[in-house]
Structures are given as C-alpha cells and as structure tokens.
Design a binder for this molecule. Structure first.
Ligand SMILES: [Fe+2]
Length: 464
C-alpha cells in the first residue's frame, strides 16, 4: 500500500513536470569565456505556450532571484514546437555547491543542485567523452559511471547526437539518457540537471552543405547549447562555415532562431578553474591552415599562458592508429601552433575507441598545402621516456582519442594487435565503451580512462 502511494506521488510529480517542461533544466556556460565569477546559465525547454517561469538559486545565503528570458522558439518538422529558456545565475561565487528551483505561480515545479563555475586558482575534476548519444547500452553505462564521478563538468568531444544532430534526435537519443530521473547503468543518469555540459561539434552534428530537404531540423547544437562565441571571425558566407541548400523558408527560419549562436559557437575558448580550453570545429569544410585561423589559435593559447593547463578540444584526431578514419589527419596542420602555445593535451573523438600517444612534436612536410586533402605528411618526434608515472614531464603534446562514449566501437581487434598501432600510439583500448576523468591542481594533471564497467583502463600524470 505504502509503495502504491510512493509510486502515485512520483507519477503525479512527473506529470506536473511534464505540464511545464518539454525537457527539464540543464546547465550551460553561456557566452562567458572568462571564469571571473561562478556564473552559469540554467536553461530548459518549455512547451509552446506562455508560462511565467521564476528561477531562484542559493549557495550559502538565502534564495536569490535570477533573470529569466525566452531565448528562442524551436519549430521544425518532426518535433512539437517548443521554447528554449535561460536564467542567468549571475551572482554565484566560484566553485560552490548551489541549489536552484523553478516555480510557476508560486509552486515549485523543479529543483536540483549543482556546482558553480570555478575560477583560475581552483582545482578541477571533470569528465570527457565523445561519439555518445546513439541510444545504446554503452551510452547509458558511460552516463551512469560518469555520474558516479560527480564531475565539476562534462566536455563532449563531438558527435554529440546521432545520426545527424537533429532536433528530433535530441528528443530520442540525448535528453532521455542524460536527464534520466535516476542513475542506472542500464538507463542513464540525471546528469544534465546537476552537471554543466560543454561540447564541440563533430561531423554528425554539423556538415556542409546542410541539405534542408533531406534534413529539415538540423544543427540542433546551435538551438540548445549556449557557449562562448569568441572564435575567429567568420560569418555566413565564410568558406569555413557550413553552407545551406534547399528549402529557403526553412533556412531563413533556422537563421532567425540562431542569430546569437550560428556560426560563432563552432569555435571558441573558455576557462574553467585552472584549465584553459580551446575548442575547434575540425570538420572538412574548415581550413585550419588559413593564416587568420592559425593566428587566432596561437593568440588564444598565448593569452592563456598564465592558466595552469591548456587543453584543445576537437572532434577529428590529428593522430590516430585505428584503421577506421586513419587517413583523416587534417588537424595536424595546427600541431606546431599547439606546441608553440604550450598545449598540454589534445582531446578528440570521431574514432570510437580510446587511444593515447606518446608526447610528440610534429613538423608538416615542407611545401605541403592542405586544400581538400585529408592526409598530412610530416615527421613526428616522440618522447618515449615519458610514462606518466616515474617520468611525469612530457616533451611534447599528448593526443588522446576518447570517442568511446556510446556509438559502436571501432577496430576492437586492434586492442591486442600492437603491431597494427602507429609508432606514436602507446595505449589503444577498443573493447569497451569508456570515458576520461581528469583532475587538475596547480602542479599536477591526473588523467584516467574508465570503462563502461567502472574499471580503470589507463592512467598517467603530468607534473609541473
Ligand atoms: Fe565523428
């Protein structure tokens, strides 16, 4: 009998939730590259009707009201029209736990807790995975084990939502797993309400051209995510921005809805605690050998010289040993910039497994011009003396592939076949889905790769 009432109460509260939310609240950086305060945006999706949402939040003191705005209306074929809302949690101090509640007509309709953004002198603990929302068991298990880590935030290395990053696919493959009501290895976890999510686009999130006839609700990344737009100057007609084809009315509707995000949110940088992130769209339509683009990356890294750690987040790995996608090496053209800018790690996805390189430097072959080519010839120099245990001082940049977040794994047979690895690869695990856990202090960056069963697959430490 008691169980019946518990279930009834749960059902009624879920029904009340459904009355107000198309998708329940999630946390975003907003357009804030610098971590000068603990501020974050609380966002959610509402139904397509006027609702007077109120948001309050508190850390140590009393409840504070947050300014709520309707960011955009999303109305594309395949999904009921809905609205994107944001509340600016502006007065949070850095690195504190806080509670928030959303109310309508004086009644609380959602409440949860999270961690505010950390500032430059604070240590961090975060999770990274890519190639994830494919509605698989691996995705659910990774979400569950990631939630056990209680990370400050999560970074997704692209291919956020399969198979085309569409609005309709977010409804089936993304929200139900990362907003699952309970943490369950077979179902997912309530991550989005409690954990800041950050991400870069992959080839499944953004293509060129975007064909609106075949794909009427594309590029949902630009509708739902709110991240800085401080990357290199582009604009709709820039050759390194997806071009549009088909249905002009749909194109116009998309562009009107994403004036604040498209195409600016493709490339950006931000600080979180003592880490500086440089986020790059590595899709084939982008030419990172363009002098202005190279200069932007170098300037961005140099401006972050005081950050304790510098991490590059992108989708297509510059250095990969998998037979799958082996020849796509375009991002190698930035290796010298990463080295000059003293990047510590490059975190990629695209290849659905886990790989780590020796620390390396790379010189592109003299006279090479990228154009539309995929392979980038050149010479690497490897630091094989670094093992991340006895020797924790790498000479060069460590390149990680952490693309085992849910989509079907690539080249499982190569895990045990070392002879098939490139000379630069020192770890290769493709037999399980997995995610990365990174801890940073002023003196140490500790990296662990964790499998979908919670078992550790790899670890190394970089010390200053
Ligand atoms: Fe990919």
């Amino acid at each position: 009998m008691r169980l019946f009432f518990v279930l009834l109460t749960l059902a009624l509260s879920l029904a009340a939730r459904d009355d107000y939310f198309f998708e329940t609240p999630y946390l975003q950086l907003g357009k804030r590259p610098a971590a000068t305060s603990g501020a974050l945006d609380l966002m959610w999706l509402g139904h397509d009707k006027d609702v007077d949402f109120k948001v309050e939040y508190k850390s140590s003191g009393g409840w504070m009201p947050a300014a709520v705005s309707q960011v955009r209306r999303v109305d594309f074929a395949g999904t009921p029209p809905h609205r994107v809302y944001a509340a600016s949690l502006e007065k949070l101090k850095p690195g504190v736990r806080f509670s928030y509640r959303v109310s309508v007509g004086g009644k609380t309709v959602f409440e949860a807790a999270s961690m505010s953004r950390k500032s430059a002198n604070q240590n961090t603990h975060f999770v990274v995975f890519g190639d994830c929302a494919a509605k698989t068991g691996g995705q659910r298990a990774v979400a569950y084990h990631a939630s056990l880590e209680k990370p400050d935030y999560i970074f997704i290395t692209g291919d956020i939502v399969y198979s085309r990053g569409r609005v309709s696919e977010y409804q089936t493959n993304f929200w139900p797993i990362y907003s699952h009501a309970t943490a369950d290895p077979k179902k997912g976890a309530p991550l989005l309400q409690s954990t800041l999510f950050t991400a870069v686009v992959g080839n499944h999130d953004s293509q060129s051209p975007i064909e609106f006839e075949k794909n009427p609700d594309p590029l949902a990344f630009y509708l739902y995510w709110s991240q800085p737009v401080n990357g290199p100057a582009t604009g709709l007609d820039h050759p390194s921005v997806p071009q549009f084809k088909g249905d002009a009315a749909l194109q116009a509707k998309f562009l009107a809805a994403t004036k604040d995000t498209f195409p600016g949110m493709a490339n950006f940088s931000f600080d979180y605690g003592n880490v500086h992130w440089t986020i790059l769209d590595s899709n084939p339509y982008v030419d990172w050998s363009t002098p202005a683009f190279r200069q932007w990356v170098l300037n961005d890294l140099k401006a972050a010289a005081k950050a304790k750690w510098r991490i590059i987040g992108l989708h297509h790995p510059p250095f990969n040993s998998s037979k799958a996608h082996f020849s796509y090496q375009r991002m190698r053209v930035l290796a010298d910039i990463f080295e000059q800018g003293k990047a510590d790690l490059v975190l990629a996805g695209h290849v659905h497994n886990y790989q780590r390189t020796h620390p390396l430097t790379f010189a592109v072959e003299a006279g090479f011009e990228l154009g539309k080519k995929q392979e980038v010839p050149g010479k690497w120099t490897l630091d094989k003396s670094f093992d991340g245990e006895r020797n924790q001082k790498p000479k060069g940049v460590i390149y990680i592939v952490t693309g085992a977040g849910g989509a079907s794994l690539y080249n499982q047979e190569q895990t045990a076949d070392k002879a098939s690895w490139q000379e630069f690869t020192t770890r290769f695990v493709s037999t399980v889905h997995s995610f990365s856990v990174i801890d940073t202090t002023a003196k140490q960056l500790r990296f662990r790769q964790i499998g979908e069963d919670g078992k550790e697959l790899d670890r190394f430490t970089i010390s200053r």
